[in-house]
Design a protein around this ligand. Structure first.
Ligand code: FES
Length: 99
């Protein structure tokens, strides 16, 4: 094992987990996660954030919102839920804003 030299300033982890509609843990983020993932990728590319921001699809993050999807923002360790496609620009803007 060795450490990679590639290190984003911000990484957005988007849950795209799909469950059956009758699953006791609800249907998961699969209904909206892929659209949120694509919208965040577009926002990164069109906003000039380029290689500083990575957008990564994930499995379940444990939040399992009833609607929308979960997005984890690092290095902030901020966990957003009920994120929908239209939220992508605001998610990116907040992720790039210093605290
Ligand atoms: S299915 Fe997305 S957080 Fe659990």
């Amino acid at each position: 094992m060795k450490s990679s030299n590639l290190r984003p300033a911000v990484q957005l982890f988007v849950c795209t987990n799909v469950r059956a509609p009758n699953d006791p843990l609800r249907s998961g983020c699969g209904a909206s996660g892929p659209a949120v993932f694509s919208a965040l990728k577009r926002a990164v590319l069109s906003g000039g954030a380029g290689p500083r921001v990575w957008v990564t699809a994930t499995g379940c993050q444990g939040h399992c919102p009833a609607s929308g999807c979960a997005v984890a923002v690092y290095p902030r360790n901020e966990h957003l839920v009920e994120v929908v496609e239209a939220d992508a620009p605001a998610v990116l803007r907040a992720a790039l804003t210093p605290r």
